[in-house]
Design a protein around this ligand. Structure first.
Ligand SMILES: [Fe+2]
Length: 279
């Protein structure tokens, strides 16, 4: 599944439409249409878990087992550590309140339950407060291989493990704070940066190239594609990433590899300061 959360929406200045917004204008799946939050979403221990059917827990089990099988030798150490720290397993869909408590203990991030894809302002506002927005519904059985919109498998298994890493945790909060101040082309730059790191990032480890982006981690197809010779892997530099366009609706032909998560956090902090959008 592909998911570009920071939708560049029409909130005043004339930024281009995000890939999802373009899709929405073309009548694609309504789950891809960003929503505004209706009030303050429940956070942490205030989140009440829904009752999941056996089929939905079974969908989680299939997805979890399938992806976990693909991770050894492909996923970065930080991600594998994160899955363990958060205590996810194949027994069923985790409670957001439990995941939030584990995340808070690791890096002081907490979870907010949200109804679906969010408009950028709500999304960035939550990130700026060290709150990660997550859905609590899972894709249906006929969507296990591909779902066009984020579900809780993507949010939980794809995104949350990396938020247990201190450098990523700090980067992502500053990303949210900076995005609230970004205007015009800066918003497009941030959307691309998010895409090529949080969603589709690779990292070089002593034992080789590994994946950490949520769009890869939560997708069987993207996982198989990401480390294959069908992909051109470029060395990460913030300047080259923010100038690289991408398309949401097919497997990614170009990816970027970080040397470390500190590299991402440091380059972004300097860049956002220079741009005058840092918190
Ligand atoms: Fe995502």
């Amino acid at each position: 599944m592909n998911d570009s959360r920071p939708n560049t929406t029409n909130s005043g200045d004339l930024a281009p439409l995000s890939a999802y917004e373009k899709a929405a204008t073309e009548g694609i799946d309504p789950r891809c249409i960003p929503q505004n939050l209706d009030g303050v979403p429940p956070v942490g221990s205030d989140i009440v878990s829904p009752h999941y059917s056996d089929e939905h827990n079974g969908n989680w089990r299939i997805l979890f087992e399938r992806q976990m099988e693909l991770l050894p030798g492909r996923a970065g150490t930080a991600l594998l550590d994160g899955v363990r720290i958060l205590g996810m397993d194949s027994s069923g869909i985790p409670a957001l309140s439990d995941l939030s408590a584990a995340l808070e203990a690791a890096t002081r991030w907490r979870l907010a339950r949200i109804p679906g894809l969010l408009h950028e302002k709500d999304f960035f506002t939550l990130l700026s407060k060290r709150l990660f927005p997550s859905t609590d519904y899972i894709r249906e059985k006929n969507e296990l291989d591909y779902t066009p919109a984020p579900d809780c498998f993507h949010d939980m298994f794809g995104h949350m493990p990396m938020l247990t890493h201190p450098a990523v945790a700090d980067f992502y909060q500053l990303f949210g704070q900076s995005a609230l101040h970004a205007k015009g082309i800066q918003r497009t730059y941030l959307e691309r940066l998010h895409w090529f790191t949080i969603e589709f990032g690779l990292i070089r480890q002593p034992n080789g190239l590994r994946v950490f982006g949520a769009g890869i981690i939560s997708s069987k197809e993207e996982m198989s594609n990401a480390l294959s010779d069908r992909v051109e892997v470029r060395d990460f530099s913030l300047e080259s990433v923010i100038n690289q366009d991408y398309e949401v609706w097919h497997l990614q032909p170009i990816l970027y590899a970080l040397d470390s998560f500190d590299q991402l956090a440091d380059e972004f902090r300097h860049w956002s300061n220079r741009q005058g959008i840092a918190a």
